[in-house]
Write a protein of this length. Structure first.
Length: 681
């Protein structure tokens, strides 16, 4: 079993069911303890084991542990969620009620911990107890008996944490106040609409389970009606990436260190590890926590800058190979991509691109109205044409980079999440090491694939990279009906709205017509280089001042300020432009009447690393031997990521790159050089 495994007690409903759903979506294998397995929130499968568990039946506890070991052979997390409530004061309670409360809420968690401990030590794994704020204070006479049991459960958690000091097993008590469950609504006397959601507790639980062993968190209080959950404990409101279990201790040395756990860094680490190089990947947050899980999910060649076509063709071949190796979880489907022309001028650009692309061996087409209707029968307007490439496709952003990272670990790479790269060190020969928040790694090669964080890290080396950040916003819908799903087949852009079918049956929607850029010191430092592109973007560009303006000003004067930001902002989780998303939904309804009123279940923002000519920097740096840069992918990184990983690995190991990288060199932005822009879409 290559997936991490978690046991969850009391998983049939409420918090337990929400935790099961969260961990399942994150790629964990589940062993669910249920009073009646028929009430499982998830169907049994090769990665979901359902077992009878009764907290008052010791035989069921040992049988559950044995079944988990037999099925999966490992255990990475134990979530002790099963519990019962009492509304009696200590003066009213009977001894029988006291015994029952402590049997379920305290003694059973202790027995399960004892039984699971040998398996957890092998990881080492983590124990999470779902306690309560009633385990921190007695709020009322009627909560007294219940609070006694929860005080004991919190005490048990601390005792387990102490017991695991040497072995690395960690224990955390999550202590919520009222939660919108059946038990929480009954206890609070409200409908639960203003209470913490079970999904919030589930995401906190997942965050704790995915921490490295170096992070020992004793307690997490969660107050309903406060901002603790949204602002502190849950830094990622975007799509939830699959989890990746970090490697053990940070290596003292590595052949190559990769900075950044997005699609570029993960693909590069996989290529290097497969070739036998001692590779260490550093990620300050979680794998795919930022833009690599927040993008559109398109894998395209259609309409690309001609300079990117050889790289995007290589990437397509790598996607095919990875899909064959990893399987359907990657979500790679060659469904085609179409850009609908909205004017004669745009149609002429599309035709010109088809002609140019043919010289690169790419067989794109221009679809007339009849053929466009065949691939998008729900499209309301007629008489349109479209640039269409049937071999283009899509994949699942929240799955791709984590799956590549897992493959890299299997190939021998060392991957460390929650470990910020703070400073690249040099000596007279070039790169000499990497200073991280957990210590130093001696190395002669560093690949900077840090997305929006690349430029400030490189500046500490004296390397000036003209790169800015642009906010992109997207949303997803609930699963479509069969009739709604037939409205369009390929990934489709109509300018004001872009659509992609998702593996979960919903649709991801976004638009390239608008973008938001926060003004920071680099906006002014690199204004001359960005002016040509800025002029073309002005109609849909929103400029604003914000917290990043002052924060990044501090980076210019203090390396400590940058390091503080790297360790404080584990996941950049910007608020989406909801006005722009309302316009996307309106244009969707106009373009596809059958899709009007789709239920939106999530929206998010992501920060794109953009260069002046909107193509990436994939380059060595002559003044700094051993330094390789792979950044500035300008919204194209997901699709060309596997190809970029291949050529970055080749650059780092002094091999001839699979494609010519001259157009991606950093020195193209040298003094006196003119920025070359292309616009085909």
């Amino acid at each position: 079993m290559n997936r991490p495994v978690v046991m969850i007690s009391g998983a049939s409903r409420g918090i337990g069911a929400a935790i099961a759903a969260e961990m399942h979506s994150a790629g964990w294998a589940l062993s669910l303890g249920l009073r009646d397995p028929a009430n499982s929130p998830l169907p049994a499968s090769d990665i979901v084991l359902t077992c009878r568990f009764d907290a008052t039946d010791t035989d069921s506890e040992s049988a559950w542990i044995a079944a988990t070991q037999a099925r999966f052979g490992r255990l990475d997390g134990l979530v002790l969620n099963a519990g019962i409530h009492s509304a009696h004061s200590v003066l009213e309670a009977s001894e029988a009620e006291f015994d029952q409360l402590f049997d379920v809420n305290v003694k059973s968690p202790m027995r399960l911990s004892q039984l699971a401990w040998p398996l957890l030590e092998q990881g080492p794994g983590r124990i999470v107890t779902i306690a309560s704020l009633s385990g921190k204070r007695v709020k009322s006479p009627g909560s007294g008996l219940y609070a006694m049991s929860k005080f004991a459960l919190v005490g048990l958690t601390h005792a387990l944490r102490q017991a695991g000091k040497d072995s690395g097993v960690r224990a955390t008590a999550i202590c919520p106040s009222f939660v919108a469950t059946d038990m929480g609504r009954a206890a609070s006397g409200s409908d639960g609409s203003d209470k913490t959601r079970p999904e919030d507790i589930a995401r906190i639980t997942r965050t704790v389970l995915e921490l490295p062993a170096s992070a020992s968190v004793a307690e997490i209080p969660v107050h309903w009606g406060s901002r603790i959950v949204s602002d502190m404990t849950l830094p990622n409101r975007g799509p939830a990436p699959l989890s990746v279990v970090s490697s053990g201790d940070l290596p003292a040395t590595a052949d190559i260190v990769v900075i950044g756990g997005g699609i570029i860094g993960a693909a590069t680490a996989l290529e290097l590890a497969r070739a036998g190089h001692a590779t260490c990947l550093l990620e300050k947050g979680i794998i795919a926590g930022e833009q690599s899980s927040r993008n559109w999910g398109w894998v395209r060649q259609a309409g690309r800058d001609l300079r990117e076509l050889p790289l995007s063709s290589l990437a397509r071949r790598r996607w095919q190979t990875l899909s064959d190796r990893i399987g359907p979880d990657l979500g790679y489907v060659e469904c085609g991509i179409a850009y609908v022309a909205r004017s004669p001028e745009q149609a002429a650009r599309h035709q010109a691109w088809v002609t140019e692309a043919a010289g690169h061996g790419i067989a794109a087409e221009i679809l007339g109205p009849e053929r466009l209707t065949a691939i998008a029968p729900g499209l309301a307007r007629t008489g349109l044409s479209a640039l269409y490439l049937p071999g283009d496709g899509r994949a699942e952003p929240q799955n791709a980079a984590p799956l590549l990272a897992r493959e890299a670990i299997r190939e021998g790479a060392s991957i460390h999440q929650h470990c910020a790269a703070l400073e690249i060190e040099t000596d007279r020969a070039g790169i000499s090491g990497m200073r991280t928040e957990r210590g130093r790694i001696a190395t002669r090669c560093v690949i900077v694939a840090g997305g929006i964080w690349s430029a400030p890290l490189l500046r500490r080396l004296g390397v000036d990279l003209p790169q800015l950040k642009v906010l992109s916003s997207a949303c997803r819908t609930a699963p479509l009906t069969k009739a709604q799903g037939a409205a369009f087949t390929p990934c489709l852009s109509l300018g004001g709205v872009a659509l992609r079918h998702r593996a979960d049956g919903g649709v991801t929607m976004a638009s390239s017509a608008t973008a938001v850029a926060e003004l920071v010191p680099d906006s002014f430092r690199h204004m001359r280089a960005f002016l040509p592109g800025l002029r073309s973007m002005l109609p849909g560009l929103k400029l604003r001042l914000g917290t990043a303006t002052l924060r990044e000003a501090g980076w210019l004067f203090s390396g400590v300020a940058l390091e503080r930001s790297l360790t404080r902002h584990r996941i950049m989780d910007p608020t989406p432009d909801r006005l722009a998303l309302r316009q996307v939904r309106r244009r969707l309804a106009e373009s596809f009447p059958a899709l009007a009123g789709l239920e939106e279940v999530q929206d998010w923002g992501g920060l794109i690393d953009v260069t002046p000519d909107v193509i990436p920097v994939i380059s060595t740096v002559e003044p700094v031997p051993g330094l390789v840069i792979g950044t500035g992918f300008s919204g194209h990184g997901f699709g060309i990521g596997p190809g970029a990983g291949r050529v970055l690995a080749e650059l780092a190991t002094d091999q001839r790159p699979s494609v010519d990288l001259q157009d991606f060199r950093l020195d193209r932005f040298g003094k006196g050089r003119r920025v070359q822009m292309q616009s085909w879409l």
